[in-house]
Structure formats: structure tokens, C-alpha cells
Design a protein around this ligand. Structure first.
Ligand code: 5GP
Ligand code: MN
Length: 316
């Protein structure tokens, strides 16, 4: 069984690198720091390598241990978290590819099974929830620090416990975290409720541009690099924009494009029936059924038309 192999490999490894996806969200960072802290508790020599992340997550225990680079020597073991494919590893796939053994722990339905051992459960609402099983099997004590990191992952990826993937175990685990002294309301406020001024300004720009198509079943908006410069946007300040289109009554698919150095990053969300992960697979991306992303390297008008046309095909 994969879990047994994973425990065995972690037991054997002396040095371990933890990696996650680019533009890390709360699940990516929370899972990485929970695993880091857990492996430290077991006395392992661990690096957690994340080149850039949002200030929102600086409050997380051990965030000061995050490194921008890994070491030059080969790691015994590399563990990728919350990443559906190897291309997503922050440009740090080299640490993963070079490691003697490779493990992936993830919950994306589009996961390409790129590791030696893939512990992937697409029904889990967050990678952090899968990690609870791994940490417990390792004999790690889920203390307040680890609990805060895991909770951050669960809260962000479930949109504050509201998405369909939430299970009874989610609430049982959170109840247990409350017993262990984790401040659930404080974490909720920090990761979901409070937004930076720059994020607010970026959202305002995107919302002013939002357009409806197909009798209001499709929304489209975007931001450019110039917009980001204008408001002084930081990492992840675009978070939440795509959900705003999705949450308008009657909308099935929300499209958000963000200008990058190579065209546009696509974010898609759906409400009831469109499998946006399938759509994103056509744009060298993937994700979950109701939340997915990809990339498109075309001039703006062509990119816009192409993604809208593709989404239209899936609407009833
Ligand atoms: P977001 O729209 O928030 O950037 O991403 C939504 C979901 O799709 C996340 O679970 C994210 O991991 C996944 N995703 C976003 N971009 C990509 C991509 O380029 N490739 C893959 N495989 N998944 C992506
Ligand atoms: Mn996730």
C-alpha cells in the first residue's frame, strides 16, 4: 500500500526536501509547513523550499524556516505537496527529479502520478486533510503549531468549509484542533476574511471589467501586469477574483485571465456541472472539477475568444 511505502521511505531518509506548487495558496504553504514541522519532530534533516509566497501566510508557525533555494547535494527524498503535475513545482522540479526517491501527496483529480509513490485522493477537500493521515501514521503529534498549518490548508481549499468536498472527518479533525488549542476563528480571519489594500484595489479593477456571456451563464474578467504595477500588487493579490464571478446568481462558469511573462494564466471556476479541470487540460493545466487553472500564450483578444469559446461548448 502506498501509505506503507511512504512511511518506510520517510523512516529511511536522512535528508528530505519539501516542495509545492508555484503561487502557493494556503493549502500548499500550510501542508508544507505542517509536514516540515512534523518531520522535524521526528528528528529529520528537512528543507522546505518555496521561492515566493504571500505575506498572508507569514503568521504560520515555522514560516521563517522556508528557504528560497535547496542544497546542491542530492536529497535522499523529495516530497511534492498539493501539486497535480511536476511542471507546477515552482521551477524547482530539479530537486524533485534529482532526489533518490520521490513522493507526491495530493488531491488534484488531474494528478499525473509523476512520483515513485503517489498518495493521491481527489475526494479529499485539501492536501492538508490527506497529510493528517500521513502524519498520524508517522507517529507525529499534531500539536498547536502543526494544527494551525493544517487548518490553514483546510480552510483555504474548502472556501471556509463551504465546498462539497468537505467531509465529516473535516469537522471531526477541526473539533480535535479546537481541543488542542488551535485558534480557528483567528486562522479563518487571517487567511480568508482580511484582504490587503492592494488586493482590494486589484479586485476593484477586475470587477469593473467583468462581462457576462451566454445569458449570464459565463463571466469573464482579467488583470494585466500594468494593473498589478499600478496598485503595487503582491503575490496572490489576484486570489478571490475568479470566485466573485462564480458567485453571481445564474453563473455556471467564471473565467479569469492574469497576464504573465508568457501570455496569460487561466483560472476557471464552475458551480454545478461543468468540469473545468477537463477544459484546463487543453491549456496545459488541470486542477479540480470545480476549480482549475492553465496557461495560454496568445495576444489578449485571441486568448479571451479561445477560452470563452471552449467554455461555451460545455454549457447546457
Ligand atoms: P487557481 O485558479 O486558484 O490558480 O487554481 C485552481 C486549481 O487549479 C488549484 O487547485 C490549482 O492547483 C490548479 N491549477 C492552477 N493552475 C494550474 C496549472 O497550470 N496546472 C495544473 N495542473 N493545475 C493548475
Ligand atoms: Mn490544495
Amino acid at each position: 500500500m502506498t501509505l506503507d511505502n511512504i512511511i518506510e521511505e520517510i523512516d529511511k531518509a536522512k535528508n528530505i526536501v519539501i516542495l509545492t506548487h508555484e503561487m502557493p495558496d494556503g493549502d500548499a504553504i500550510g501542508s508544507s509547513l505542517a509536514l516540515y514541522t512534523g518531520l522535524k519532530q521526528l528528528g529529520k534533516d528537512v528543507d522546505v523550499v518555496i521561492p515566493e509566497y504571500s505575506k498572508t501566510f507569514e503568521f504560520l508557525p515555522n514560516s521563517s524556516k522556508i528557504q528560497k533555494e535547496g542544497r546542491t547535494e542530492t536529497y535522499d527524498l523529495a516530497i511534492a505537496l498539493d501539486s497535480g503535475d511536476i511542471k507546477r513545482l515552482n521551477g524547482f522540479a530539479k530537486y524533485f527529479e534529482d532526489a533518490n526517491t520521490k513522493i507526491s501527496i495530493d488531491h488534484h483529480s488531474s494528478n499525473t502520478m509523476f512520483a515513485d509513490y503517489n498518495f493521491v485522493n481527489p475526494t479529499a477537500p485539501a492536501c492538508a486533510q490527506i497529510l493528517v493521515i500521513v502524519l498520524e501514521a508517522l507517529g507525529v503529534i499534531i500539536d498547536k503549531e502543526i494544527g494551525t498549518c493544517l487548518l490553514t490548508g483546510i480552510i483555504t481549499d474548502t472556501g471556509g468549509f463551504k465546498y462539497k468536498g468537505v467531509t465529516a472527518e473535516t469537522f471531526e479533525f477541526v473539533a480535535e484542533l479546537l481541543n488542542r488549542g488551535v485558534n480557528v476563528s483567528d486562522v479563518y480571519k487571517k487567511v480568508l476574511q482580511t484582504i490587503s489594500k492592494t488586493r482590494f484595489e486589484l479586485t476593484r479593477i477586475a470587477l469593473n471589467r467583468l462581462e457576462f456571456f451566454e445569458d449570464g451563464k459565463l463571466t469573464f474578467t482579467y488583470i494585466t501586469k500594468e494593473d498589478e504595477q499600478k496598485v503595487g500588487a503582491g503575490n496572490n493579490d489576484h486570489d478571490g477574483i475568479v470566485e466573485m464571478g462564480r458567485d453571481i446568481e445564474g453563473v455556471e462558469v467564471s473565467i479569469f485571465l492574469r497576464e504573465t511573462d508568457n501570455g496569460y494564466k487561466i483560472s476557471l471556476r464552475s458551480n454545478e456541472y461543468v468540469n473545468v479541470s477537463d477544459i484546463c487540460l487543453m491549456f496545459s493545466g488541470g486542477g479540480h472539477i470545480r476549480a482549475a487553472g492553465g496557461n495560454i500564450n496568445l495576444p489578449f483578444e485571441q486568448a479571451k475568444t479561445k477560452i470563452i469559446e471552449e467554455c461555451k461548448k460545455h454549457l447546457k
